[in-house]
Design a protein around this ligand. Sequence first.
Ligand code: SF4
Ligand code: SF4
Length: 324
Amino acid sequence: MEESKPKLNLAVYWAAACGGCCVSVLDVHEKLFDITAAADLVFWPIALDTKYKDVEAMPDNFIDIMLYNGAVRNSENEHLAKLLRKKSKLLIAYGSCAHLGGIPGLANFSTREDIFRRVYEESESVINPENSRPLSEYTVKEGQLTIPVFYNDVRSLSQVVDVDYSIPGCPPQTERLLEVFTAIVSGAELPPKGSVIGAGNKAQCDECIRKKTENKHVKKFYRPWEIQDDGETCFMEQGILCMGPATRSGCGYRCIKGNAPCRGCYGPPSDITDPGAKMMSTIASIVDEKEAENIKRVLEDIVDPAGFFYRFSLPVALIRRKLL
Ligand code: SF4
Ligand code: SF4
């Protein structure tokens, strides 16, 4: 990277996240020197003690590349999404949670009330005879205390603000992040706004190294630990559910290389609207039974189909959430 170019301002923020996306940024290892040669890190809560008021004081569009990871689950996440949108030239949804809602988005199978009841009343380790719940504002003699408002819905970043690009993955592959960063720094032409970058646009199955045949006859589905995988045949042909048919390529099929089926963290490619619908149609095409009762028996092997199909994408899926 050329050091003579003016340095960019780079920022990373975590919202409703596990920290894995920030670790994937740290995983650049010694390439961090290349990154810091080309860009100053101006905000990154996991690594720097920059305060929100410092971000508020930045001029609009001050941040050249903003990697926002995590879903939008509460009022703090939403406030920062809007603030960082204003302060950033390129706002990138980094990782499945920001891109699609991700693992936190599975909470949309519950309601806020379900979650609060479980956590503050029913949990085995809780003693709360008055069934107290968190209040977003509380006055004590020293003044008013506030905590973020916990929303009923988990949302992806693009459901809250305008997003320039999304880099998928849980977390994204660090190599893809470096490719994207290098492309931006070198002034390369970027794809149209709104694109998914740092990934392919085929289905995982199109690049998968496992042996596939046209001879798909599944009479039983197994969880991975219930069967000895042969290590070379397509998981689906062995009756092991794999999200490859409904998942975007680009991760280097690392799970599959490690003999684990694809979990779908890159989300669907652009020609698939809904990963659950795609998986249902794939499953319907390989179940080798004709009688309704037998088909039902095979399908009953699939534990938590909605959770499996929408593990990373429920907030942006057609079904989106459990209705009240
Ligand atoms: S995308 Fe995955 S690694 Fe990143 S914050 Fe969400 S759960 Fe963690
Ligand atoms: S279903 Fe999974 S194992 Fe089979 S080809 Fe697709 S990605 Fe590979």
